[in-house]
Design a protein around this ligand. Structure first.
Ligand SMILES: [Zn+2]
Ligand SMILES: [Zn+2]
Length: 117
């Protein structure tokens, strides 16, 4: 069973920074505060040449909190891929792919919200 508590990490797995502290400059876990994309690649590839904003380690992998808020979970089925499920499923993981596709980054809230329409 998947719980928010079981996903909690005191330090960032990418750069080791603590909760509510900014990621290190080259951390590959950090998200850009403007686009919500991985900052490491946003820095290099963003098309509008914005100055990427660093973000803080929240205690959870980026998107995990939103998956719990919106109930996005799935488990892997061979030959089928990821299938939606409840967090009680023994193999449940946060459905970060669905979060990326159906939810847009809100730079004011610093999290993903349902896309309009
Ligand atoms: Zn980090
Ligand atoms: Zn950026």
């Amino acid at each position: 069973m998947l719980t928010l508590e079981s996903e909690y990490r005191e330090t960032c797995p990418g750069c080791g920074t603590f909760i509510n502290e900014y990621h290190s400059e080259f951390c590959d876990t950090a998200r850009c505060g403007i686009t919500g994309d991985q900052k490491f690649s946003c820095d290099t590839f963003n098309e509008d040449n914005h100055e990427c904003e660093n973000t803080k380690w929240s205690g959870y992998w980026p998107g995990v909190k939103e998956c719990f808020e919106y109930g996005l979970f799935s488990y892997f089925v061979p030959n089928l891929g990821f299938v939606p499920c409840d967090p009680e499923h023994p193999n449940a993981v946060c459905d970060l792919n669905t979060l990326l596709v159906r939810y847009a980054w809100d730079s004011n809230l610093q999290k993903r919200v349902p896309k309009n329409g």
